[in-house]
Design a protein around this ligand. Sequence first.
Ligand code: ZN
Length: 319
Amino acid sequence: MSYVGPDFDPPQPRRSRRGPFTVAVAALVPGALAGWLVWQAVGNDSGDGGGSGKAGPRSSSSAPVSPSASATGDSKPRTSAIPSPTPSTSRPAASGPLKGKVVVIDPGHNPGNFQHTSEISRQVDIGTNRKECDTTGTSTNAGYTEAQFTLDVAHRMRTILEQQGATVKFTQDGDRAWGPCVDERARIGNAAHADAVVSLHADGSSAGNRGFHVILPGAVNEGAADTRPIVTSSRDLGERIAGLFVRETGSAPSNYVGDGTGLVVRKDLGGLNLSTVPKVFIECGNMRDSKDAALLTSGAWRQKAARGISEGIVSFLRG
Ligand code: ZN
């Protein structure tokens, strides 16, 4: 959550059919959902919270990424809650299949937002509306913040994607006091001429609400917002990320939005409305549910999440 205000009632798109996601997953990652079902059936829930490093239900036959990408996922994950300071500007790209591709990672919120509530509550223009600059984000009941989570996953993704040759840029790296605002987050991706942008989040819903969902831009043409050129490509990006997130983490699609598809279309998010490049959000789980929180606070699970999202991006960029 956290990209909406506390009094905001998020739309709950009701779609009567479940076809698109299921079809997309089946086409992209055969066995992904089956793998999740097996994972659940054997009771091998990775919610140990302890970073055991156990392998998830990996599919070895359908990975659309090179072996080197998968290999990186087996490296020892960093588990520190506070990421080491690194520049948010782009770094030299290695050679690899994604050489020349620009990926912008948008770690939702900022650890400093909690100390700058007046700054982040100012209104910004999101095309369709005016909305808060940013929010603090949510946290687990034990106090692990969404902002810590998003930065950690972002760092893990950067490592994976740079090893594929991509140029990776962040919208923030804990290197500024607060923000950026949602409109600036969108502009950073636009200015970078990003080939793909992913905004990382974890939700703050009710206990019992579990699972991930990917948020896709709806078609908006109002004020400064015109998402029509990116709706189709963003859906492609989001479906690939959803499918590979299932495969890598074993997590189920959200049981409270998206009708089990793991996909939700929204027209009220400035970060999507103002984007001119393919972009999606992902809510990796619900921090306020104890079982999901156990996953989100596990370094081993975050490595799986980073791998799944990254492989979705790689799949999208390689076509
Ligand atoms: Zn958020």
